[in-house]
Design a protein around this ligand. Sequence first.
Ligand code: PNS
Length: 156
Amino acid sequence: MAIAVYPGSFDPFTYGHLDIAIRAAKMFETVHIVVVHNPAKKPRFTATQRLQMITEVLAGKPGNFVVSSFESGLLVDYCKSVSADALVKGVRTNMDLDYELPMAQVNRDLSGIETVFIPADPVHGFVSSSLVKQVADLGGDISKYVPDVVAKALRS
Ligand code: PNS
């Protein structure tokens, strides 16, 4: 058993993310869920809000989770700081893999850390943070896609 880092924007955290986190926790003794600032994206929620929501969602869920955030720097340095053995990423589609593969390769090249890809449950295959935000903004029902605390935050 070992330590994993599951990073992402999580803007917001969806049921798809939750599924990956819980499945990762079956393979790793500790899973650090890390809210990472992605300069390519303009977030809806602050890092603190995302961190609070994720902490609330994970309360009582099976697994040993640590929720944190980091604003700048290399992910591999964060991994070193928590003695992580692996990164975890969820993969829904070929497009996800195209996006994730070079990141996994550069992270391994920089530090030797391996990335473990977990295939998304098809139930969550089309659920993305950006689609959920769009549906919420247009008045659609997002209760199937995100936990209650997130749905409430999106509606307010
Ligand atoms: O949920 P996202 O936005 O697709 O997650 C992407 C993220 C934040 C994991 C990625 O952008 C990242 O790892 N950023 C940290 C900066 C870094 O280390 N970049 C170089 C290697 S990818």
